[in-house]
Design a protein around this ligand. Sequence first.
Ligand SMILES: NC(=O)c1ccc[n+]([C@@H]2O[C@H](COP(=O)([O-])OP(=O)(O)OC[C@H]3O[C@@H](n4cnc5c(N)ncnc54)[C@H](O)[C@@H]3O)[C@@H](O)[C@H]2O)c1
Length: 254
Amino acid sequence: MRGLAGKRVLVSGGSSGIGAATARRFLEEGSRVVIGGLDPHEVERAVAELAPLGEVSGLAGDVSSEADATGLVDGAATALGGLDVLVNNAGTAWREPFLEITPEHWDRVIAVNLRGMFLVAQAAARLLVAQGRGGVILNMSSTNGIGGEGDYAHYNASKAGVLLLTKTMAVELGRHGIRVNALCPGYIRTPLNSAIAAGLEGDFVSAYERDHIPLGRAGLAEEVAAAYAFLASDDAAFVHGTELVIDGGQLAVM
Ligand SMILES: NC(=O)c1ccc[n+]([C@@H]2O[C@H](COP(=O)([O-])OP(=O)(O)OC[C@H]3O[C@@H](n4cnc5c(N)ncnc54)[C@H](O)[C@@H]3O)[C@@H](O)[C@H]2O)c1
């Protein structure tokens, strides 16, 4: 991928799943990376695993907290001597029928997935504008931000919000040379989905792959990482204000 070598990259939610694969991919491309994550032990473990690949460090915190979100961006900028790319990836999900969602659960999902995305994006954008050299911000949405999968009303609403947050950021930040796009992965094999599937009956994943995904399989974290790398690279220099769907054809089904 062109233009990623030497880039200073912050990956929020980089301690697990898609984010960890993305940190790995950017390191392989020669970028310098800081990862964030909620659990300090998980962040420490991920940094130790990634360290042989290049320059990487980690910061733990909750992106729904303004202090932690700005601390993550400031800490990354200090560690890297500035910032070029934000992979705004941290997120949470759990299944819950609409009729049973409590206000507390609603607030938590929106706080992490939408408020957290906003807080980290705004802190990074302020830094990129102040640096005056442009940059890239990639926000993690989902196919659930486009279609309304049952039992995920709070998650779906948060991810749909990310899409319009992304477009509005693109409208306002384009003149600063900051490209902003969103990713919409479908069903990807990660610890998040394993935890959800573990609570369901039968072989949920095989049935889901067969019934919902034309390519007949779940996606890999590395396949989403490749999309992040493309959108951050110079090969995507005129891609701005849109979303890239990575779903094995799931949204193409009528
Ligand atoms: N797995 C999928 O099928 C899928 C599909 C579409 C979108 N996504 C999105 O991709 C992103 C990564 O998901 P994943 O499947 O790799 O999950 P994961 O559980 O493996 O990783 C989630 C990451 O986010 C971090 N995180 C969670 N809550 C946080 C908080 N409050 N503050 C800071 N960090 C927090 C975790 O520490 C971890 O690093 C999420 O935004 C998720 O919604 C996942």
